[in-house]
Ligand binder design. Structure first.
Ligand code: KIV
Ligand code: ZN
Length: 391
């Protein structure tokens, strides 16, 4: 792995699937895991094996089916969780155990009714125990976003001493500002002894709509793994969206950070996840939403028709969308109408376009969106129809 490579850790099947109403069966999970493997993700978090027999079976079946990616199972810092995860991962070509514990004062006091030293010991024991099953052990410091940096650095050092290969720094509650999260990663890079033998990972939640920005700040400041989900689904307001971070890194090559993702599969896998989970993707969702490449105002349509890049920074084909859409509404101009009319077989002169456009506006004021049938109707019912088709 070169220093410019960002590992993509997909947790759609674990953090994403935790969302109420998003439950998938094993068969559906295997289909999605295979699609993620083809997409080029480096690590697939397949589930939380101790949580239910169904999740155990899914992690086991995914381990058998995935050929390239590392398959990962989540645990708490609890011996039995770790043992069960190791069993579920038995058939994985590249298994990883993801274990960890809450490190913020709030978690230590209220969740564990414990103290900082005890948490450090538990972290050490969990990683050490996981290492007795697999080489690749990722440690998460839950609520790292609200954990003070000095203590967090001590926890990370301990996990490295116990053999952790990856240190996950989750902003579990989506609290951090991008500058704070970036500074946290930089602090760990500069202050944790032995950090050169581990990879720092960003795991950001979207409670303030900052998950993507925080992950990008994380990798700019030295993290080399991003944990994310397709369509950004996940607990509460969701996780970092895979398609967003991947396209940000691709569209900003001067950052010199790249991923192994085959971006032309992004739209397809977004549809697969949304159909399987029965969760509708918001139309204005970046990269994969229905309107991400749709232009509806007259000024924008005119610009895009003249030169696509006037209003688009991504070629839709790069993410698997066939083409940009020119949506006809009462806000559309003559250029868009002429463009669509030509597309369905009518080459209008400037004078003909003036007539048809005024009929179009009356029609569009009554109907939200004008489709090809409507354009046929507008042209066929106009008094210049014969003139148009005889040309
Ligand atoms: O958000 C979080 O802290 C998590 C951990 C369990 C990794 O999902
Ligand atoms: Zn999470």
């Amino acid at each position: 792995m070169s220093d410019s490579n960002i590992q993509i850790f997909d947790t759609t099947l674990r953090d994403g699937e935790q969302v109420p109403g998003c439950k998938l069966n094993t068969e559906q999970k295997v289909i999605i895991a295979k699609a993620l493997d083809n997409l080029g993700v480096d690590i697939i978090e397949a589930g939380f094996p101790v949580s239910s027999p169904g999740d155990f079976k899914s992690v086991q079946e995914i381990s058998k089916s995935v050929t390239n990616a590392t398959v990962c199972g989540l645990t708490r810092s609890v011996k039995n969780d770790i043992k069960v995860a190791a069993e579920a991962l038995e058939y994985a070509k590249k298994p990883r155990i993801h274990t960890g514990i809450g490190t913020s004062d709030s978690h230590i006091k209220h969740k564990f009714k414990s103290n900082r030293e005890d948490i450090i010991q538990r972290a050490y024991d969990a990683v050490k125990y996981a290492k007795s099953f697999v080489y690749d052990v990722e440690f998460y410091a839950e609520d790292a976003g609200r954990t003070d940096n000095e203590y967090l650095a001590r926890v990370c050092e301990t996990a490295i001493k116990a053999g952790a290969t990856v240190l996950n720094i989750p902003d579990t509650t989506g609290y951090c500002l991008p500058s704070e999260y970036g500074a946290k990663i930089k602090y760990l890079k500069e202050n944790v002894k032995g950090i050169e033998s581990a990879i720092l990972s960003c795991h950001c939640h979207n409670d303030l709509g900052l998950a993507t920005a925080n992950s990008i700040e994380g990798v700019i400041n030295g993290a080399r793994q991003i944990e994310c989900t397709i369509n950004g689904i996940g607990e509460r307001a969701g996780n970092t969206a895979l398609e967003e971070v991947v396209m940000i890194l691709k569209q900003h090559p001067y950052l010199n950070l790249n991923t192994n993702i085959e971006t032309s599969q992004l739209y397809g896998i977004s549809q697969l996840v949304s159909d399987s989970m029965g969760v509708y993707t918001q139309p204005n969702k970046a990269i994969v939403g229905a309107n991400a490449f749709a232009h509806s105002s007259g000024i924008h349509q005119d610009g895009v028709i003249k030169h696509r890049e006037t209003y688009e920074i991504i070629d839709p084909k790069d993410v698997g969308v066939t083409e940009s859409a020119i949506v006809l509404t009462a806000r559309s101009g003559r250029a868009a109408l002429a463009y669509r009319a030509k597309h369905i077989g009518y080459e209008l002169t400037k004078l003909q376009l003036d007539v048809i456009y005024s009929n179009f506006l009356k029609f569009a004021d009554r109907k939200k969106e004008i489709d090809n049938n409507d354009i046929h109707e507008i042209i066929e019912t106009s008094h210049i129809y014969k003139e148009i088709i005889s040309a």
